[in-house]
Design a protein around this ligand. Structure first.
Ligand code: SAJ
Length: 406
């Protein structure tokens, strides 16, 4: 039986995927409310195909509990934030989960860490916890790192089809866990050592962060000297070896805006490009605020309450608002004593900020300047509703003339 620890954005779909492919699974989370919701037959976030997968997993007998199980395989899928001062990984949730596992696990068990961790984290934190509990790694307990690669918005498809990396101390254990993931994963599974697996995962997200930062920096240069960044990127990308990403109002989510900091924290002298890239991405919400102020001035709008922020999530068509550029923008406003912005997001039904609307038309009625911060399908399909508005489109949702851009 596999005991999946942590039933969040990664742990839940992973647990469901194993269960719907014939693996006996118990999902454990310390959040009682979350476990109660799952036991009541409801999923805890919106994701394409997740409800169907949930039903299949329930039919296959998946169970949810707050208790750690006595079993032979554990998969740890808990958050790994970073310390805002040191930029180093904060492994407290992984450490706590491994300590709990050690209280119940029998000899011979395998502990798989799925959570994203910086290179060396398993050596520094996880191994000592196992050894302190009197187990010999490789004999009594096997350790594996199996980072995920799925993208919110297309998680179910990517869980099935993406290739994966498995890091293990021995080839034999690596192959054993590869076989387990092969129960559902159709992509190639590479077996390597633990530190290599740790580094590859962090690098994948760092690669994307650096490339987004490059696009964001181009947007700033083009704004400064009145050039069209989108047209320039479009033309450059016709070169066979150029593929520039899309500038935006910032980088959110719990991966790309977080993981590269681990490297900056651990290798401060060696991460010049990465460190600057993270700063550029983090500067985008303020850049958008400055854009808003200059557009307000140009259009004689002095009241911030006439400005509506469209989109609160960190990207399109998901309900996840962790570290979202809009929330970063509102934080920036707070630090500058600017208040009054209205906001709306079709995916956020509860109130998470002040002046938040829950109806698109009411939101539009009360605003003069609409700032598009997330390219949800709703806005893409309803741009005609904005025809009488002043629009700042930070996501290039529309090609129309007369719209302000980054
Ligand atoms: N963004 C831009 N411009 C772009 C692309 C993205 O501004 O051209 C912004 C998005 O709007 C968003 C942020 O960047 O705010 C991150 O979004 P994303 O879609 O690039 O990535 P995530 O954070 O949802 O998921 C990433 C993925 N990693 C890579 O693409 C390398 C995913 O495969 C990982 O599984 C996930 O991180 C994770 O859990 O680590």
């Amino acid at each position: 039986m596999v005991n999946v620890i942590g039933l969040g954005y990664i742990g839940l779909p992973t647990a469901l995927m194993f269960a719907s492919h014939g693996v006996e699974v118990v999902g454990t989370d310390y959040n009682k409310e979350l476990v109660a919701t799952l036991n009541a037959g409801k999923t805890t976030f919106e994701e394409k195909g997740l409800d169907e997968l949930f039903s299949e997993a329930l039919n296959s007998g998946i169970k949810f509990t707050t208790e750690y199980q006595v079993t032979d395989t554990y998969i740890v899928s808990v958050p790994t934030p970073y310390d805002k001062d040191t930029k180093k990984i904060d492994a407290c949730y992984v450490n706590a989960a491994v300590k709990e596992i050690m209280r119940v696990c029998p000899k011979g068990a395998t502990v798989v860490i799925e959570s994203t961790v910086s290179p060396g984290t398993i050596d520094r934190f996880v191994r000592p916890i196992i050894e302190e509990n009197g187990f010999k790694i490789g004999e009594d307990i096997n350790l594996v790192h199996a980072p995920e690669r799925i993208i919110p918005g297309n998680m179910v498809y990517e869980l099935l089809h993406n290739s994966r990396t498995i890091g293990a101390d021995s080839k034999e254990i690596g192959e054993k866990i590869k076989k387990l993931y092969s129960s559902f994963c159709l992509g190639d599974i590479v077996v390597t050592d633990i530190k290599t697996a740790e580094m590859t995962k962090v690098i994948e997200n760092t690669y994307r962060a650096v490339n987004i930062a490059f696009a964001n920096e181009l947007a700033k240069i083009c704004r400064y000297d009145d050039m069209d960044v989108y047209e320039i990127i479009r033309i450059c990308n016709m070169h066979p070896r150029v593929n520039i990403l899309t500038p935006g109002p910032g980088v959110g989510g719990h991966c790309i805006s977080v993981d590269p900091w681990f490297l900056v924290g651990d290798y401060p002298e060696l991460t010049k490009v990465i460190g600057e890239s993270m700063k550029i991405n983090a500067s985008m919400p303020e850049f958008v605020l400055e854009r808003i102020k200059s557009i307000m001035q140009e259009n004689n709008i002095s009241d911030f309450s006439k400005v509506g922020l469209y989109g609160l999530t960190y990207k399109e068509n998901v309900d996840d608002y962790r570290e979202s550029p809009t929330l970063q923008l509102l934080e920036c406003c707070e630090s500058k004593n600017i208040s009054g912005f209205k906001s709306y997001d079709p995916y956020i039904t509860k109130d998470i900020v002040t002046n938040q609307y829950h109806d698109f038309d009411e939101f539009l009625n009360d605003t003069l300047l609409v700032v598009i911060l997330v390219s949800h399908d709703e806005i893409k399909n309803n741009m005609d509703k904005l025809k009488d508005k002043i629009v700042l489109d930070t996501r290039k949702v529309s090609d129309k003339d007369g719209i302000y851009r980054l």
